[in-house]
Design a protein around this ligand. Structure first.
Ligand code: PLP
Ligand code: COI
Length: 339
């Protein structure tokens, strides 16, 4: 194994094992360990036809002390249960989720990137309707599979400012739809706009609220926040995914003595922000240097010097320090995983 940890992108890298569990006849079965990257699946499975599926993303980090720290897995467990309910799948018992996540890390412990490499181990739970249906109904069988893969930064820039594009001709989620849960259909809905944004020179898209197109919702793969003076400001919207990173940053902002505002954020307010960022497990904090409104051609420039702002830097450093064990875990976010 000869991985250049510092050069890893955010992508799939094969590890040795994944863990699986089936839900059949109304009950979860035994945890299975597999070394296959494939899942046998019925061609009429509901996940394939009707989008009955949900997924999660969390990270584990190697500390300076050689211990592996898993960040806020219990929040990911709560969210996968909410997602499951939202598309009529069975929820996952907490002990089962914990045991599968930790087993997946332990069995692939050699893939946990070293401390200081800038990479981490990404853990991807996937819950799918595996039972066959042709009419539109929930399946009678489900599969939870958890794999891990070592990853680097989501945007190729790493912790460098990215450019983002506001679009109005596509929505990722309907006002009363599934934006608040982590289901595959939301990402499918955003693909055209996101690929077009890449082609036009942007790292990702910033979606607006689907009803009025007045307020910022979130970026394709991450929440949005702005910094003005001593305030951390982030959109509140039913169609935004409740990001665990954003939740953590709101606490970190408060810890740093900042005011936290979670409310509707009108597009025009962008012109008042001194810094802005996209935040998520994959994106961590991706500072935003400029947001361009594709329709009005308005340019909101946050950092003319092309550098990362001081507040984003401070928050990024604090978050990472907690995740790697370099800063005290005052909020109980980190769980040591025996490897
Ligand atoms: N928003 C969307 C649409 C996402 O896919 C993600 C990633 O999970 C996030 C926000 C960030 O959420 P979290 O911080 O829990 O990873
Ligand atoms: C994450 O941040 O974990 C995500 O799932 C974002 C993206 C890869 C979909």
């Amino acid at each position: 194994m000869n991985i250049e940890w510092g050069k890893l992108p955010f992508g799939y890298y094969k590890t040795e094992y994944n863990v699986r569990c089936y839900y059949r006849n109304g009950a979860w079965g035994e945890i299975e360990i597999s070394s296959s990257e494939y899942i046998p699946i019925h061609m009429a499975a509901t996940c394939l036809h009707y989008g009955q599926e949900a997924f999660e993303g969390m990270k584990a980090f190697m500390g300076k002390d050689g211990k592996v720290r898993l960040f806020r897995w219990d929040e990911n467990w709560k969210r996968i249960c909410n997602s499951a309910k939202g598309v009529m799948m069975p929820t996952v018992p907490k002990e089962l989720f914990e045991s599968m996540v930790k087993k997946a890390i332990k069995m692939n412990s050699k893939f946990v990137p070293p401390y200081g490499s800038g990479a981490s181990l990404y853990i991807r739970p996937l819950l799918i309707g595996s039972g066959a249906r042709v009419g539109v109904h929930p399946a009678d069988e489900y599969l939870l599979v958890i794999f891990v893969t070592p990853v680097g930064p989501y945007f190729k820039e790493g912790f460098k400012p990215v450019k983002v594009q506001i679009v109005r001709d596509y929505d990722r989620a309907a006002p009363l739809g599934t934006g608040h849960i982590k289901v595959g259909g939301n990402y499918a809905a955003g693909l055209i706009a996101t690929e077009r944004a890449h082609d036009e020179g942007y790292s990702t898209v910033l979606f607006l609220d689907a009803k009025e197109k007045k307020y910022i919702d979130e970026a394709g793969p991450a929440n949005f926040f702005g910094i003005r003076g001593n305030s951390y400001i982030t959109p509140d919207s039913h169609s935004v995914l409740p990001s665990i990173t954003n939740m953590s940053l709101r606490q970190i902002a408060a810890d740093l003595g900042m005011n936290v505002e979670r409310r509707h954020v009108p597009v025009e307010e962008l012109s008042t922000f001194e810094e802005a960022g996209a935040c998520g497990t994959a994106a961590v904090i991706s500072p935003i240097s400029e947001i361009v409104d594709r329709d009005t051609n308005t340019h909101y420039v946050f950092r003319k010097d092309g550098k990362v702002g001081p507040v984003c830097t401070k928050m990024y450093e604090r978050l990472l320090a907690i995740q790697t064990g370099d800063y005290p875990d005052n909020h109980g976010w980190v769980d040591l995983v025996e490897i």
